[in-house]
Write a protein of this length. Structure first.
Length: 466
């Protein structure tokens, strides 16, 4: 259980790249009455060739073109400590620092120019995880702070242990190289990946039980969808800037911010005849903050109908034998990509992912495929216009993605990798798909009616970790 707790987890395969998501540092055993501090981390670099439906964008100002050869990378640092009292109580803390995204410039890594903090010259280092823990193997552990919760900690069947370690679930990996309108890794990661910052970068309490007869469980509670110190910079009175907001007249707060999120999951692990098999089931529930402003009557606005609660389930399984891991995971329910709220009257979401990885000697090969259906841009009454005619927006955003990759592990601290990814998105009337390629009203309408985007990328890189 301690491995699950600190898991902030793990070397990929036999010491591959660090995962871009829920993982942080290897477990360091601590003797009673001692404390061990650590500063782990990794640097990842990739160079890639890519092509998407948004590589060229023509506007009234002219045409923008992307260079199909580019580079990217990520830096993450994990300071923390593990300790144990003489009576056996274990405790510690873990922080994850990483480079932030920023607008294009001349190498100055600062926060986005669209943010007020950019004017203050804040460097592009952000806190993604920051939590303390305490407990024992016999009683279980409690996490306190900005951390992963049950829904992702006990998730089985999502295989990312190859290539850059993240695939479409990335913030700085290969998937981040693609224009967001053409990629399922857009502004909101596909919900098949539960280790997303919309869930783990919030302040919460999590309990992780001890393992009993192969079963372990976890549960978490999050009062609001803010991280540490988020929403306390301007909190003179109840307002849109307050962290613990439960209702708001500001329309942009609604359907995005949540309250009273709880999750629970059960994980079963069986080791027999050389196989290590895991099966998981989990649920996630959260409520949107209430709208308390003037009545909205605009056709196609979600506020006319309101939002459903966040209600998501997951079922997964995986097995490992002789270096081969095969897994699958299913998720569904009342949710949109990025774990945001869906409008009432829109369809429920459903997604599945299958994947495998094989470790042999210093090499790792792997692949995964996912497919999902969500409401996307659909809201009851939403329309798009072609010429003088209006048409209803399609009810389903269909997305799928394929990723394959391999690694050559030179040492526990260095891995070389190659990775190919392809994704496809389709929803008739979704203005976020392909519309940026157009410069006239007629061509914009044509692109919106087509409602299709796709992307592919081939990359090679290296991961340095310590």
């Amino acid at each position: 259980m301690r491995k699950l707790l600190l898991a902030s987890a793990a070397t990929i395969g036999a010491t591959l790249a660090m995962s871009g998501g829920a993982k942080a540092q290897p477990v360091k055993p601590v003797a009673p009455g001692t404390l061990v501090a650590h500063i782990n981390g990794y640097i990842q670099f990739e160079i890639a060739a890519f092509g998407t439906t948004d590589n060229t964008s023509t506007t009234t100002a002219g045409t923008f073109k992307l260079n199909p050869i580019t580079t990217d990378g990520d830096v993450r640092i994990y300071p923390g400590f593990d300790a144990q009292l003489v009576d056996g109580l274990e405790y510690g803390a873990q922080v994850e620092l990483r480079t932030a995204k920023s607008d294009a410039g001349v190498g100055a890594n600062v926060t986005s120019g669209t943010s007020s903090s950019a004017a203050a010259g804040i460097n592009g280092i952000i806190v993604k995880r920051a939590y303390g823990y305490l407990g024992t193997d016999a009683s279980g552990f409690v996490r306190l702070g900005q951390t992963d919760s049950a829904f992702s900690l006990d998730q089985a069947g999502v295989v990312e242990a190859f290539g850059d370690g993240s695939q479409f679930n990335t913030d700085g990996g290969v998937g981040a190289l693609l224009p967001t309108d053409a990629s399922v890794n857009g502004g909101s990661n596909n919900f098949i990946y539960a280790d997303t910052s919309n869930l783990y970068a919030t302040d919460k309490v999590v309990y992780i039980s001890p393992a009993i007869a192969g079963f372990s469980a976890a549960a978490g509670y999050e009062p609001n969808s803010n991280g540490i110190k988020e929403g306390y910079g301007n909190n003179a009175a109840a307002s849109s800037t307050s962290a613990d907001l439960s209702s708001s007249p500001v329309t942009t707060d609604i359907g995005k911010r949540r309250k009273n999120t709880i999750d629970a999951a059960l994980l079963y692990t069986l080791k027999a005849n050389g196989f290590v098999t895991k099966a998981s089931a989990g649920v996630l529930y959260g409520a949107p903050i209430d709208y308390d402003g003037p009545k909205v009557t605009t056709a196609g606005s979600a506020l006319v109908h309101g939002y459903d609660n966040l209600e998501v389930y997951e079922i997964g399984a995986q097995t490992t034998f002789a270096g081969l891991t095969v897994g699958a995971n299913i998720k569904g329910g009342q949710v949109e990509d990025g774990y945001t709220f869906k409008p009432k009257g829109a369809r429920d979401a459903f997604a599945y992912i299958v994947g495998a990885s094989y470790v042999f000697g210093p090499f790792v090969l792997g692949g995964s495929f996912f497919e999902s259906q969500t409401a996307g841009a659909y809201v009851p009454g939403a329309t798009y216009t072609v010429g003088a005619k209006k048409f209803a927006v399609g009810k389903t955003l269909n997305e799928y993605g394929l990723a394959v990759g391999g690694n050559y592990v030179l040492s526990p601290h260095l891995s070389l990798f190659a990775q190919y990814m392809y994704d496809h998105r389709h929803q008739i009337g979704n203005a976020g798909l392909d519309v940026s390629n157009s410069s006239t009203a007629a061509s914009t309408a044509a692109e919106t009616a087509k409602g299709t985007s796709e992307a592919n990328v081939l990359a090679a890189g290296a991961t340095f970790k310590w």
